[in-house]
Design a protein around this ligand. Structure first.
Ligand code: DC
Length: 228
């Protein structure tokens, strides 16, 4: 079974998907990590787009998930620790806008889920990568709530940042991701929307698990009106 969670940056997709994976036996797939991994290489190459495009087809992208940790390798090098650095985040939309990079990532993502049950999170998993996913969820929250959560996350990583700055960076990335030509950020027509602005973390995890249970029963999933 393939479950996908798409939505804007900071909506809680990765923490939700990880918690659901831990409770459901699904494997976790972080598709943004693949774009971030390519961005680390892009930066190492001095952000030289022609040279990067030349090297891209030969790059080997691999991910490993061991039940708690998701690690990303490019050509055998573990880049996991560099994926969330602010300098990587600041340039990832540039790489994600390249159709050639999207083709390489999509092929790697499809290889990764070829076995077993997966819950993946990203921007275009329901629209472009896994259009036949068993369950598509559009996870969203208003910009202020997303910025607050992202600032707390950075703080916890020892990378304290101004809330206003985090908010501006998220808004900038949303605009770039949703206006790019290649597979822009957009809700799939058949995705169930879960707005987490006023939900607790436990509540949003419970809601996704409930939707998965509905699918397993063969029901058409719809948002729970008791948890707006
Ligand atoms: O989810 P994230 O913040 O790690 O994603 C990093 C970037 O990667 C995001 O700004 C857009 C891009 N991305 C994408 O274009 N498609 C995906 N399926 C996942 C991420």
């Amino acid at each position: 079974m393939i479950v996908v969670l798409d939505g804007p940056a900071g909506a809680g997709k990765s923490s939700t998907a990880k918690a659901v994976a831990a409770r459901s036996g699904f494997q976790y797939l972080d598709s943004g990590a693949f774009y971030r991994g390519l961005t680390v290489v892009f930066r190492q190459m001095g952000e030289d787009i022609p040279r990067f495009l030349e090297r891209l087809p030969a790059m080997r992208m691999e991910a490993r998930y061991d039940g708690s940790d998701f690690r990303l390798f490019v050509d055998g090098t573990d880049l996991t620790d560099q994926l969330r650095l602010p300098e990587t985040s600041a340039r990832v939309s540039v790489v994600a806008a390249l159709p050639e990079a999207r083709a390489v990532v999509n092929a790697a993502l499809r290889r990764f889920v070829a076995t077993g049950d997966f819950i993946g999170e990203g921007r275009d998993l329901g629209t472009a990568v896994f259009p036949d996913a068993d369950l598509k969820i559009w996870l969203t929250a208003d910009l202020a709530a997303r910025a607050e959560r992202r600032a707390a996350e950075l703080e916890a990583m020892g990378l304290g940042a101004e809330a206003a700055q985090v908010r501006a960076e998220l808004a900038r990335r949303d605009t770039l991701d949703s206006t790019r030509q290649a597979d822009p950020l957009r809700k799939a027509d058949d995705a169930v929307e879960v707005d987490t602005t006023h939900r607790s973390f436990d509540d949003q995890v419970a809601e996704v698990l409930r939707l998965i249970a509905e699918i397993r029963k063969g029901n058409n999933p719809s948002p729970n009106p008791q948890n707006p």
